[in-house]
Write a protein that binds this ligand. Structure first.
Ligand SMILES: C[S@@+](CC[C@H](N)C(=O)[O-])C[C@H]1O[C@@H](n2cnc3c(N)ncnc32)[C@H](O)[C@@H]1O
Length: 204
């Protein structure tokens, strides 16, 4: 998927995104964030912040920078920031594959449900590792291909449908550990057959 198409699809979603997705995504983002152990003053980047579903989960004592390429999704996140007074949150229209921050700008990085949306997950991870301090946590929450051959064949078959809906399939733990050279400490799931995984990695 090219960026213009991603922006078009997520602009369409923006008005009803929370109604459909928050019930699935919010509890899994919460689980992922618990793994960081956020400390007072930590600077955290969230890539693909979307409508800001996660924003209420960050303590006011940290600093959060949320970036996204879809303006209409970001507008929803900005409305939440205003409504709930999230003064510890800054939001920018910015590409996760080309992050406009210096090296080592953040203590930790969070990527909820964005890795299977971007055109190049390798470029995304390279940028995330660059802006995150060494030893910082990188939390990825995403659908990964099933190890059950029947389900993974179904996923492959449905790829054109998923692409139209705004994401692709085919990512695996191997994509992140080998292709993106990420040091994964733990792979978690909310429950055993959950299609969404939480990868808890350390930036090395
Ligand atoms: C499935 S939504 C997830 C939104 C949010 N993280 C959540 O959990 O609800 C994917 C988001 O990633 C954004 N996105 C896609 N490609 C991106 C990129 N290259 N850089 C930043 N954001 C991107 C989309 O605009 C969309 O808002």
């Amino acid at each position: 998927m090219q960026k213009a198409e991603i922006q078009k699809i997520y602009s369409r979603y923006s008005c009803f995104y929370d109604i459909i997705f928050s019930q699935f995504f919010y509890p899994r983002i919460r689980l992922g964030l618990e793994k960081i152990g956020i400390k007072n003053g930590d600077r955290i980047i969230e890539v693909g912040v979307g409508t800001g579903l996660s924003l209420s989960l960050y303590p006011q004592s940290c600093k959060v920078v949320g970036i996204d390429i879809t303006r209409k999704m970001l507008e929803k996140a900005k409305a939440k920031k205003e409504k709930f007074g999230f003064n510890h949150v800054d939001l920018f229209e910015m590409d996760g594959e080309n992050i406009c921050f210096d090296d080592n700008s953040f203590d930790h990085a969070v990527l909820p449900f964005v890795a299977s949306v971007v055109p190049s997950v390798e470029q995304l991870m390279s940028e995330v590792k660059r802006v995150t301090k060494k030893g910082g946590k990188i939390i990825i929450i995403n659908h990964l291909s099933s190890k059950l051959s029947f389900i993974s064949s179904m996923e492959k078959l449905l790829t054109p449908v998923f692409m139209k809906l705004g994401w692709r399939t085919g990512l695996s733990v191997d994509t992140f550990s080998n292709h993106c050279n990420l040091h994964i400490e733990e792979v978690l799931k909310k429950y055993r057959l959950d299609p969404w995984f939480i990868l808890h990695a350390t930036n090395r």
